[in-house]
Design a protein around this ligand. Sequence first.
Ligand code: IMP
Ligand code: MG
Length: 176
Amino acid sequence: MSDKISVLYTEDEVNARIRELGEQISRDYAGKSIHLIGILKGATFFTCELAKRITIPVTMDFMSVSSYGDSTESSGVVKINKDLDDPIEGREVLVVEDIVDTGNTLSYLLDNLQKRGSSSVKLCALLDKPERRIKDVKVDYTGFVIPDAFVVGYGLDYAQKYRNLPYVGIVEPGME
Ligand code: IMP
Ligand code: MG
């Protein structure tokens, strides 16, 4: 059984866009330092690449969340599997996520983080699927706006596979 994956954004295109995001973030937060919160596991690749392109001082933490219910549709009930290691009080927080789909996960998470006394909480997502949105989420920095398709690679998985692909692709499931 093999899945067919067609390239949506090549490795060069993704990296070029991340470079631009890093420059924009460095300009917007000039004179400050920034605390990146990467959302495990999907956003790890993006978080690391982005961090390398930010020229102001950076600290990093990671959080793991999952939504109850079946695995392909998020339910809106979010569980924190791994919380932050460090407090975020007084910090300029930038949440780094792989993709915003229904918005259920981020809407809960941003709400939760906003109650912890940080100076600011903003969101940077590599991919945004606005057509699928159920909960309103403000994405402050977006890599690419994509149509309603299931994508993998650059950290994104299909049944835990394909996270390691260096590009973003659309998966067409193979026949079992
Ligand atoms: P949301 O709560 O519906 O916005 O779901 C966000 C999470 O669903 C992301 O962090 C991903 O883990 C997963 N997800 C949504 N769309 C895709 C996709 O196209 N490919 C892989 N994972 C996805
Ligand atoms: Mg995720």
